[in-house]
Design a protein. Structure first.
Length: 384
């Protein structure tokens, strides 16, 4: 099978969408030909770790402001003769679908190429089709055109995937005329851990991910600051690239204000995130919005005692008091109490971490199962 994987962002940008597309490229290329469609140039693809797994690369300039842009890209993809084209959306809107007759899916379908899509994050029906700074009245005014554009994209899409039940239910409710084409597949980049010596866990609280307001590290830092004087041996590590908002500066100011320079550590982007998880006693996912949480999945498989907010698909990973603890999104006091519970109760930490790892395996949230689910989806779409 020739599969075109279509991504609106550079493949090595390392956001959740790019990471999952890279995982699909590697997994699918074992038995199929993968055509990557992305805004990368030839030189950056040649340097990318996924280069050996890509049969063909189609480059394009991002931004679909006119129908001609979508038509031209569709023509390029069709010339590569894929059996199916799989488009990845960072949110509900993308690939020009906020306006009718702009999205390349519409033109590809008319050229006889079957298409499917994945929405990697669902926040609000008013999110993504115009700038977040726009007033609510303007968003409501633009909603009918965006809704129609999304429906047209779904009409020409054989299957659209949500990565959590939370997101799946929202999409079914908002775009009910085409709810029959919607599916849910849990995403994963997890592979089985090779047996070996288990690292000794340290008095460390960990978070891994882009440091932005959306990911909630400011809430975690504030919660840790409230309990830090009582537990001087504990440290907080934040691993991840700093985003483009004020979150990193707020954390630095909090560190300075509470004199926690040696206790809250900003590690930057790391390639050894899983090793950090195997050594951390507690992992926290404090997001305000989260489709599912790839880093949380990894931390659970690594046996961390995990705490997560009630955002998006996080409660689908963490069953409260069974495989981790949940707290009200954005609630610093609740998170501080949850941290204190686990800090003072090592046996509870151990039990939650053990059950978290078991739950990930039992629910088959592994890369291999994700690849198999997508292959079944492609075959179903082609039969249609």
């Amino acid at each position: 099978m020739r599969i075109a994987l279509c991504l609106e962002y550079p493949i090595d940008q390392h956001g959740g969408t790019e990471v999952l597309v890279s995982e699909l490229v590697r997994g699918l290329s074992k038995e199929h030909q993968v055509i990557l469609v992305s805004p990368d140039d030839a030189a950056s693809i040649a340097r990318s770790p996924i280069a050996p797994f890509v049969t063909e690369h189609i480059s394009f300039m991002p931004g679909f402001k006119r129908a001609s842009h979508g038509r031209q890209l569709a023509g390029k993809i069709a010339l590569a003769k894929p059996d199916i084209a799989h488009f990845h959306f960072g949110g509900v809107y993308g690939w020009g679908n906020r306006f009718p007759f702009n999205c390349p899916i519409y033109f590809l379908n008319r050229l006889g190429v079957s298409c499917c899509s994945t929405v990697h994050l669902v926040v609000s029906i008013l999110d993504g089709y115009c700038g977040p700074q726009k007033p609510t009245w303007f968003k409501l005014l633009m909603l009918p055109a965006a809704w129609w554009g999304k429906l047209q994209q779904l009409r020409h899409t054989q299957r659209e995937v949500a990565v959590s039940l939370h997101d799946f239910q929202k999409l079914r409710r908002w775009y009910w005329p085409y709810r029959r084409c919607l599916r849910q597949i849990y995403h994963s980049r997890l592979h089985e851990i090779l047996a070996g010596p288990v690292p000794e866990r340290t008095s460390t609280i960990l978070n891994v991910g882009h440091i932005t307001q959306r990911k909630g590290q400011t809430v975690l830092a504030a919660a840790f600051a409230t309990i830090a004087p009582r537990y001087p041996e504990w440290i907080l590590r934040l691993a991840g690239h700093a985003g483009h908002d004020e979150a990193i500066e707020q954390i630095r100011q909090l560190i300075k204000r509470h004199h926690l320079e040696e206790r809250i550590l900003l590690l930057g982007e790391r390639s050894d995130a899983f090793d950090l998880m195997q050594r951390a006693a507690i992992y926290v996912q404090p997001s305000f919005w989260e489709a599912l949480g790839l880093a949380l999945q990894e931390a659970m498989l690594a046996g961390c005692a995990c705490i997560g907010s009630h955002a998006g698909g996080i409660p689908e990973l963490i069953q409260h008091e069974q495989t981790g603890l949940l707290f009200e999104t954005g609630n610093v006091d609740q998170l501080a109490r949850a941290l204190e519970r686990l800090i003072t109760n090592p046996s509870h930490r151990e039990r939650l971490g053990r059950m978290a790892a078991v739950s990930i395996r039992q629910r088959k949230m592994m890369s291999r199962q994700m690849i198999e689910s997508y292959l079944e989806l492609y075959e179903s779409a082609l039969r249609r």
